[in-house]
Design a protein around this ligand. Structure first.
Ligand code: AMP
Ligand code: GLY
Length: 441
């Protein structure tokens, strides 16, 4: 089987690693890939937004299955183009990808289908925004409608925050057309969990739960990033809560999209907040989370080619997912200056020191003139490990980071700490892997 992966980050490295080590893929290509990904796949010099060129390549090379990593090609309609040409691809169409590419589409969809989420209003200008804030009271969550690389959300606590948000959205237009419409949301509180699974358009197979850490600083302080670490299981959602999210969010989303004529095929990610009023959906992503995918793929014991080919063909009826009972952790080593302006060019030493259970995925590196690797992006490396439990997985991953060095390296020292130290986890079962029999749509 010839497989093409679209993307170039740590998530795509993990996908290529999984395909190379645990599947029946014979030829693995990655576009555009990276020097790190080249350890497991043949890299192809086509970028993620070059839709016709990606389809031309898949046609010429007779690719049997294409897997899409990031949201941009999905929002541009790469799946529509591949399907038009009769090429097998696993991911949502442009129409179904609106669950991520338009936050307002997602909120209106959830309202139509009674999927639990924060109450909201839509604002087109500062006066509408202030009127909406009047309805909810401060604090509120303000979100640019369109894609903003995870940066279009402002949590406004004071009037000054509102002024600043109005300036960013409507005057400086730092998110461009993405903030032509702004969501004003009721403020929710509670621990966050990432629920991910795969759909064939009708059925949904849930993955094990995961948790990511979005803030740059320890104690969840400082600006949002693409993610500074993740682990699976989440450690904060019991099997009962996972079941509730499946029943109230994930399955109604799949059936609602199908009922509206936009069946959702692909990885579906629900960012869920566990509030005192039950689980509520903060956002959907129409792809694997990054860095959640790196931890989840370490645990996934099913052949991705068989699974995703069945998904692309719209038939999960014979598929079962298996996750190892061990836990997995992923730690992000980020560049100096990330998430603002990451500095590039530092050479990376010690990659060879990583041994045992640990695996390193490359997120923002390139080959250096000296034959090693150097920093080329904000999130540089993903150091991942498995272990009997979360504590052991985290310990191994932290241990593996010790030998890796580059100038200005940032690593959060508290990934998973609160979860591991929480007494409730010891009693709620640390491996809430959902049984497949529970998951038939
Ligand atoms: P999103 O990209 O929509 O997931 O939002 C990014 C982050 O903002 C989330 O991970 C939450 O921590 C926070 N957030 C989003 N929506 C809300 C809300 N309605 N209330 C409180 N926090 C929120
Ligand atoms: N880790 C969250 C995301 O991929 O958007």
């Amino acid at each position: 089987m010839k497989v093409l992966v679209i993307g170039n980050g740590g998530r795509e490295h993990a996908l290529c690693w999984h395909l190379a080590t645990r599947s029946n893929a014979t030829d693995i290509y990655c576009a555009p890939g990276s020097a790190g990904i080249a350890q497991h796949a043949q890299v192809v010099n086509i970028s993620v937004d070059e839709t016709p060129q990606l389809a031309d390549f898949a046609e010429e090379m007779q690719i049997d299955l294409t897997i899409v990593g990031p949201e941009i090609p999905l929002a541009l309609g790469v799946v529509n183009e591949f399907k038009k040409r009769g090429l097998a691809i696993f991911g949502p169409t442009l129409e179904a990808a609106q669950l991520e590419s338009s936050k307002i589409f997602a909120k209106e969809f959830m309202r139509r289908h009674d999927i639990p989420t924060a109450d909201f209003e839509i604002a087109h200008d500062p006066s509408e925004l202030r009127a909406a804030v009047g309805k909810f009271g401060l604090p509120v969550a303000l979100k640019a409608d369109g894609l903003a690389a995870g940066k279009g959300v402002i949590l406004a606590k004071t009037d000054a925050d509102l002024d600043e948000a109005c300036r960013l959205f409507f005057e400086d237009r730092v998110f461009g057309v993405s903030s032509d419409r702004v969501l004003v949301e009721e403020f929710l509180e509670g621990p966050e969990v990432s629920f991910i699974g795969v759909s064939d358009g009708e059925r949904f197979l849930p993955f094990a739960t995961a948790k990511d850490y979005k803030r740059i600083g320890e104690g969840d302080l400082g600006p949002n990033t693409g993610g500074m670490g993740a682990h699976s299981p989440s450690g904060v959602a019991s099997a009962e809560v996972a079941r509730e999210v499946l029943d109230t969010v994930m399955l109604p989303t799949i059936s609602g999209m199908a009922a509206e004529g936009n069946p959702f095929v692909g990885f579906l990610y629900g960012g869920i907040m566990l509030t005192d009023d039950g689980p509520k959906t903060l956002e959907f992503n129409v792809r694997l989370g990054d860095p959640e995918a790196q931890a989840l793929l370490l645990r996934l014991d099913s052949d991705l080619v068989t699974l995703l080919s069945a998904g692309a063909a719209g038939d999960f009826s014979q598929q079962r997912l298996r996750f190892k009972r061990e836990a997995a952790a992923c730690l992000v080593l980020a560049a100096a200056g990330y998430p603002g302006s990451p500095s590039k060019g530092a050479s990376i030493v010690g990659l060879d020191s990583v041994a045992g259970d640990a695996v390193v995925f490359h997120a923002g590196t390139k080959a250096s003139a000296s034959g090693g690797f150097e920093v080329s992006g904000g999130r540089v490396l993903n150091v991942c490990a498995t272990g009997a439990g979360l504590r052991e997985a985290l310990r191994s991953a932290y241990h593996a980071t010790q030998g890796i060095q580059f100038s200005g390296q940032q690593l959060r020292g508290d990934i998973g700490r609160q979860v591991v130290e929480s007494t409730s986890i010891a009693h709620s079962g640390i491996f809430p892997v959902m049984k497949l029999d529970d998951s038939k749509a």
